[in-house]
Design a protein around this ligand. Structure first.
Ligand SMILES: Nc1ncnc2c1ncn2[C@@H]1O[C@H](COP(=O)(O)OP(=O)(O)OP(=O)(O)O)[C@@H](O)[C@H]1O
Length: 368
């Protein structure tokens, strides 16, 4: 096993800065995900860890060892590529054995190690099949077996499930997690799929345009997004430009513009961003499931009367859009029977709990 650190890493391709000022510490045995939209620098970062690219600036370490300019074959990393990169006309056995032959492992040991890993990925009955005769999911398992057979210290997975249909993807997610725990191997997983990242990872790094915006556990990232980019990229969210009117010991008084009017809300003080970030433009954020809704009149702090504009029925949950003047609120509520009283055009009382709202810096130039 190995820990990985990246210290002030930059990678430039000519004038394109693919990754900048990257600082990461990945623990031994951790399942760590790089998440972000297309072109944000995830693959470039993974390739710097694999050694396919060397950084333009900064240092990459495995444990205490400086690996910045060590070639890939001397790194002991196993990589699974998006398109699997298998040899289609070779058998499953030969594909998996390839890395061991390159490493001049004895015949007997090779046979044993390939058989063992094929069993672990549940492909032993297919050892003599040609790869071109396998399904997508089976090919994915061959790619995993090929990466694992060399007993790497670090497993690198680049969007490994993106070519599979939804059902197979679910199956392979569990399979990858099972193997990762069984081998107890430090794993880096690249994806643009937030559900995949949230459900699989110990920790996630969220990237956009070459910059890492936040590193944290799935619940940190979801519940306490560092800025509007992270908030918007992960899950659904209500976001409005906000001004802070008054800071009290426990509470902030904030204003959001509602057409010509102002909506005044009370927010728990602990959600104020760090001092440096308070210089930036700020947004108020709250998840749709954190807003409570009733079709009965209610009183209370941060209670808003609105009109239901949209109702989307999902079975276990109901998603509403509630309008008050120029502002709309996305509200997700559990279907507990009574929820059928939510009709388009009828009144609704929504409450924005003060401890569920966060004031976050706007970094993406768009807070709508
Ligand atoms: N070999 C290269 N030469 C020039 N530019 C590159 C090269 N590789 C990547 N880039 C650029 O660097 C940026 C980051 O690319 P990267 O492949 O790391 O993104 P990504 O997040 O993995 O995207 P995707 O999910 O689409 O694979 C992009 O702007 C890309 O065009």
């Amino acid at each position: 096993m190995a820990s990985i650190s990246m210290d002030e890493v930059q990678k430039a391709f000519g004038k394109v800065i693919a990754v900048d000022h990257l600082n990461l510490d990945i623990q031994d045995g951790e399942f760590f995900t790089f998440l972000g939209p297309s072109g944000c620098g995830k693959t470039t970062t993974l390739r710097m860890i694999a050694g396919f690219y060397y950084p333009t600036k900064g240092v990459v370490r495995f444990g205490e060892k400086d690996m910045t300019r060590v070639p890939p074959e001397k790194r002991n990393t196993g990589m699974v590529f998006q398109n699997y990169a298998l040899f289609p006309h070779m058998t499953v056995f030969e594909n998996v054995a390839f890395g061991l032959r390159v490493r001049k492992v004895s015949k007997a040991e090779l046979k044993e190690r390939v058989r063992d890993v094929l069993q672990k990925v549940r492909l032993d009955p297919y050892a003599e099949r040609q790869v071109s005769q396998l399904s997508g999911g089976q090919q994915q398992r061959v790619a995993l077996a090929r990466a694992l057979v060399i007993e790497p210290e670090i497993l690198l997975l680049d969007e490994p499930l993106s070519n599979l249909d939804a059902k197979l993807r679910d199956e392979m997610r569990s399979e990858i997690l099972r193997l990762q725990k069984e081998y107890n191997i430090t794993t880096i997983y690249v994806t643009h799929d937030q559900a995949e990242a949230l459900s699989m990872s110990d920790r996630i790094a969220v990237f956009n345009v070459g910059v890492c915006h936040q590193i944290g556990t799935p619940s940190d990232i979801y519940n306490e997004p560092a800025n509007d980019f992270v908030a918007r990229f992960i899950g659904d969210i209500n976001l409005w430009p906000v001004t802070i009117q008054h800071v009290q010991q426990d509470f902030l008084l904030v204003h959001i513009q509602n057409g010509e009017d102002i909506t005044e809300l009370t927010v728990k003080n602990t959600t104020l961003p760090d001092e440096g970030d308070q210089e930036k433009k700020l947004a108020l954020s709250i998840r749709p499931e954190s807003i409570t809704v009733s079709s009965q009149e209610r009183d209370g702090v941060n209670m808003i009367k609105g009109t239901i504009e949209e109702v989307h029925f999902f079975g276990s949950t109901i998603h509403l859009v509630v309008r008050d003047g120029e502002l709309t609120y996305k509200v997700n509520t559990l279907n507990n029977g009574g929820a059928t009283s939510f009709q388009v055009g009828s009144d609704a009382w929504i409450e924005l709990p003060s401890e569920q709202m966060r004031v976050i810096p706007i970094v993406s130039g768009d807070s709508s």
